[in-house]
Design a protein around this ligand. Structure first.
Ligand code: NAP
Length: 257
């Protein structure tokens, strides 16, 4: 039984991707474009969005800083003027700096929480009133396996991803009866500029292109939670369900931190 509508046919579907200029978001642009979707690409860096757009038909760019509620309102007003329903929003923005507790600063707290959590909530408040009115729409939220359990170096980042996982469940409970799909994506390690900051060898590292295909596969199956690569995520999931003493021991042993 699928918990969500199966998103199989993307032809003519209008999808707004936040964080489309790099990494997973950029790979999703290419994948969804090949499946026939009409795409709106957002992010802060116009040149990066234009490089991904690269003359593709049915693809447009709409730069914004998603940490600003006013930017959401202005961009959504511009999209609404086109008199075409928005079918889905993909929240693929994110920020991450690996650090230990004693390295944390208030500025880092604000930066990561505003990007990974507040921006997503602002987006949801912007688009859901029309989704509810139209009794259709899909919210696709990028969290991470880092939200499943505390890990060294994932300070703030992991906490925001756990918050996104919690948020997705609440959204599902509120919005499923309104005809809206809520999809939670928890990838393992993906080779992007975000993970380029990691100093360790990342297990089961995948490319953004593989990541985008896995996301589209999960969406086509109507899953609520989409996690991959399974050879890594299934083991990690089991580890996070173990008693705390064993979990802490395993984390320390595997990370050496
Ligand atoms: N890479 C992984 O291993 C991995 C694993 C699990 C989950 N994820 C999640 O997947 C998502 C995408 O990550 P990624 O690896 O593709 O990272 P990335 O390559 O750094 O891409 C992040 C995107 O977010 C945009 N962005 C950042 N701040 C923004 C803001 N304030 N307003 C609008 N856009 C903003 C960036 O563009 P600008 O800088 O131009 O704004 C960029 O296009 C994130 O939510 C991340 O947490 C990644």
């Amino acid at each position: 039984m699928s918990l969500n509508p199966k998103l199989k046919d993307w032809r003519g579907k209008r999808v707004w991707i936040i964080g489309a200029g790099h990494g997973i978001g950029a790979a999703l642009v290419n994948e969804l474009h090949s499946l026939g979707a009409e795409l709106i690409l957002s992010g802060r860096t116009l040149s990066a969005l234009q490089a991904v757009e690269d003359g593709k038909t049915g693809v447009s760019v709409l730069p914004m800083d998603a940490r600003e509620p006013a930017a959401w309102q202005a961009c959504y007003a511009a999209l609404s003027q086109q008199n075409k329903i928005l079918d889905a929003v993909i929240f693929s923005l994110g920020d991450y700096t690996p650090m230990r507790t004693w390295q944390l600063t208030p500025a880092e707290v604000d930066q990561v929480i505003s990007t990974n959590l507040s921006a997503v909530l602002y987006g949801i408040t912007t688009v859901t009133p029309d989704f509810i009115k139209n009794k259709q729409g899909s919210l696709i939220l990028l969290a991470s396996v880092a939200g499943w359990g505390g890990m060294p170096n994932s300070l703030v980042y992991g906490a925001t991803k756990a918050a996104i996982q919690n948020l997705a469940q609440t959204l599902y409970l509120d919005l499923k009866p309104q005809g809206i799909g809520v999809y939670l994506v928890n990838p393992g390690f993906v080779k992007t500029r975000l993970t380029a900051k990691n100093q360790f060898t990342m297990p089961a590292l995948i490319s953004p292109e593989t990541d985008a295909k896995e996301i589209c596969l999960g969406l086509s199956q109507g899953k609520f939670e989409i996690h991959f690569p399974k050879k890594f995520t299934v083991i990690l999931r089991i580890i996070t369900l173990l008693p705390n003493a064993i979990y802490f021991w395993l984390m320390k042993r595997t990370t050496g931190l």
